[in-house]
Design a protein around this ligand. Structure first.
Ligand code: ATP
Length: 226
């Protein structure tokens, strides 16, 4: 079994997350992509705006709405254009739930737990270029590269060039465990969406309607400065 951990704040989940997960699942023949909302991301200067419970709920809704009309289903599954079932490869995981006392969630601990839970699986970690290019600031980067193969997805403004990767000083073995996915070009960020949501925009095309409804019903992001 080939399993990928897809950690993130998901504050809120958006089209970029969904598309990159489906593209990674296609390209790397992943059986499962685990969307794991994080309790406290140690490298983000500000805490998530929405609670963990709300972020998990939005991920669940988005995955349940994950239909081919949203084009998150891969070319392999385009046949499913009349089938409204969700993409069975994409699932939510509570592995990165808040730690006691709100202490930070470190990916190295999460991957270690996943490796224990799925001892026979091939483990991957799915990450955007912006996050990966910062790998040396993460806890135990060498261990992270040993625990999983990394799928790094291109993101506007974060070119995935060998020169940029060289700044991470990867050994040849480590470099061989890093795979680039450059077919995804999603110019969307949760930061941008939070600003728009604060001013009442439902962000059509960038958020599943079910997620926009949830945000509205629970008054999320309404108090933020647009
Ligand atoms: P924020 O704007 O709040 O920082 P975000 O849009 O980057 O949020 P996160 O939940 O922090 O979303 O992202 C989870 C993971 O998905 C990270 O590895 C991030 O790099 C990646 N990611 C998010 N959006 C994109 C995108 N548009 N293209 C490529 N990778 C992305």
């Amino acid at each position: 079994m080939r399993i990928a951990l897809f950690g993130g704040t998901f504050d809120p989940i958006h089209r970029g997350h969904l598309r990159l997960a489906a593209a990674a699942a296609d390209t790397f023949a992943l059986d499962r992509v685990l969307f794991a909302p994080v309790g406290h991301q140690p490298l983000k200067p500000i805490w998530p705006s929405a609670s963990f419970v709300d972020r998990v709920a939005m991920v669940r809704l988005a995955l349940a709405a994950a239909r081919s009309e949203w084009s998150i289903v891969s070319s392999n599954s385009i046949v499913a254009s009349t089938d409204e079932s969700p993409d069975p490869r994409l699932a939510v995981s509570l592995l990165d739930q808040p730690r006691p006392g709100g202490s930070p969630n470190y990916t190295v601990d999460t991957l270690t737990a996943l490796a224990q839970e799925y001892a026979d699986a091939d483990l991957f970690a799915l990450v955007g270029a912006d996050s990966f290019l910062d790998l040396r600031s993460w806890r135990s980067p060498d261990r992270l590269l040993a625990l999983a193969e990394w799928i790094v997805v291109s993101r506007p403004d974060y070119p995935l060039t060998e020169a940029r990767l060289a700044s991470l000083v990867l050994s040849p073995n480590e470099r061989a465990r890093v795979h680039l996915l450059t077919s995804v070009h999603e110019d969307v960020s949760a930061t941008g969406l939070r600003r728009r949501l604060a001013s009442g925009d439902r962000c059509p095309g960038l958020l599943p309607g079910e997620v926009a409804n949830y945000i509205q019903a629970h008054g999320l992001y309404a108090g933020l400065k647009p």
